[in-house]
Design a protein. Structure first.
Length: 327
């Protein structure tokens, strides 16, 4: 099965990104039957307000993070989106078969318009056609993402279907692959999804020190004695990071207490913080080492781009022929 997914370089990774998407990437690349493609969606990230001086560092940091988490260039093709200009060319072609009204209906578009009222650029609207191109240019069949991207995959399938009908059967209709925790909620407002845009207290970054994690979990909204979304979110985070038998048993007990309305947050929260900090200990060490060798990280992306570009060029050539551009 050919699998693809991307992630934007726009600040630090948080446990929502990890539990919603990257955890699955690491699982999927283990199966040698899968052909995995993962990329840094730098073109997409330009649709949000950004600082040009910081962008290249964000790209390099994200690549370093992904390698430190265990993405393996021997098992997966890892590359930078903007290295493959064919994505943008295919997105343009898709723009001609998608309707403005379909794009305007996207939840993420509506949310982002509210967040950056001063910068409602056209790329915010056409974001899903570039995403469809990212996926379909490799004829990928499955896309591991968080729940917030499911709607973009629906429109990707619509685009594929429409192209196949209007021209000639060319693309598969890719499906999302979701984790158990496809929607991790914010620590400060558990009715919203965890996101960088709600401030550092609302999320746990993978690079947070054990002390910072403890502080953030301590101030996370919970639901003493009740059944609010804060408690459920913290418990599901505990469940996702419980790996050993003991940790799983511990989770069962905390969960029972929560159901009975008598979870002791003074005990639960420090354990949760400890669990998360421990889970990412190896990552933090790997990250420290890899950060000393940016040339290696760049080389991984260069090699990845080389592999990606040959497939992307082939698809674009096929598409151009089918739509009548080849003379
Ligand atoms: P982004 O940072 O928006 O590029 O997101 C990268 C990946 O993380 C995508 O697959 C998202 O769906 C996923 N993701 C982002 N935030 C969350 C969240 N709060 N819960 C689960 N998955 C998430
Ligand atoms: N839109 C995705 C996000 O915000 C990132 C992304 C861009 C992506 N292109 C993609 C994900 C293609 C999967 C496949 O998280």
């Amino acid at each position: 099965m050919r699998i693809i997914s991307g992630i934007q370089p726009s600040g630090e990774l948080h446990i929502g990104n990890y539990l919603g998407a990257i955890k699955n990437w690491l699982e999927l690349q283990k199966n040698s039957k899968n052909e995995c493609w993962f990329f840094i969606a730098d073109y997409h990230s330009l649709s949000e307000d950004y600082e040009p001086k910081e962008k290249s560092k964000e790209i390099l940091d994200l690549a370093t993070d992904l390698l430190a988490l265990g993405l393996d260039p021997k098992k997966s093709v890892i590359f930078q989106q903007s290295d493959i200009s064919d994505h943008a060319a295919l997105a343009w072609i898709f723009n001609t078969i998608v309707k403005v009204s379909e794009l305007e209906r996207m939840t993420q578009f509506k949310d982002k318009v509210m967040v950056q009222k001063q910068n409602v650029n056209a790329a915010l609207l056409t974001y899903p056609t570039l995403m469809a191109a990212d996926i379909l240019i490799y004829k990928a069949e499955a896309v591991p993402v968080g729940e917030d991207q499911v709607q973009h995959l629906e429109i990707t399938r619509d685009i594929a279907k429409r192209f196949n009908t209007r021209f000639e059967k060319t693309f598969p209709e890719p499906k999302p692959i979701l984790t158990e925790t496809a929607r991790v909620m914010s620590l400060s407002d558990p009715t919203k999804k965890m996101s960088k845009s709600h401030g550092p207290k609302s999320y746990i970054a993978l690079n947070d020190s054990p002390e910072t994690i403890e502080e953030k979990i301590k101030s996370a909204v919970s639901d003493p004695g009740g059944k609010g979304p804060g408690g459920a979110n913290l418990l599901s985070i505990f469940k996702s990071f419980a790996v050993t038998r003991e940790e799983k048993t511990e989770y069962e007990q905390f969960n029972k207490d929560h159901d009975a309305g008598k979870l002791m947050y003074s005990k639960f929260k420090p354990r949760l913080a400890e669990l998360i900090a421990g889970y990412f200990a190896e990552y933090r060490k790997n990250h420290e080492n890899l950060a000393k060798d940016p040339d290696y990280v760049k080389k991984v992306l260069e090699d990845g781009a080389e592999k990606a570009s040959s497939i992307a060029q082939k698809t674009l050539k096929e598409v151009k022929k089918k739509i009548g551009l080849t003379i």
